[in-house]
Design a protein around this ligand. Structure first.
Ligand SMILES: [Zn+2]
Length: 108
């Protein structure tokens, strides 16, 4: 893990989110999770009218399915006031059950 302190006047690091001001174009919720996904998956599952907007990870998972998102996710960034946590090469665990509840047949 590395910690990088950015001081006023420093150049902002390329590709690092400084927060998502816009709500999700599909559900309208504000999210503090930014992510990168393969372009072909983005074009396949996000309506053309929303591709230049924010689509939250939850809505993306609903549209694409857990498996496709898990296989296509490149990074996750969690933003807070004055702090961004960058998770590169995220580890994703996909499961179709909840502890104590029978497995569910899903789309994945
Ligand atoms: Zn959403």
């Amino acid at each position: 893990m590395s910690v990088i302190y950015i001081r006023q006047g420093d150049r902002w690091p390329e590709g690092v989110s400084d927060g998502l001001a816009l709500p999700c174009a599909i559900c309208g919720n504000h999210t503090n999770i930014d992510y990168g996904i393969d372009d072909d998956v983005w074009r396949k599952v996000v309506p053309e009218s929303c591709r230049r907007d924010v689509v939250c990870l939850g809505c993306l998972i609903i549209r694409a399915g857990r498996g496709l998102v898990a296989e296509s996710l490149r990074f996750v960034q969690i933003t807070f006031p004055h702090m961004t946590i960058v998770c590169e090469e995220p580890r994703v665990f996909v499961y179709n059950y909840l502890k104590g509840i029978e497995p569910v047949d899903g789309q994945d």
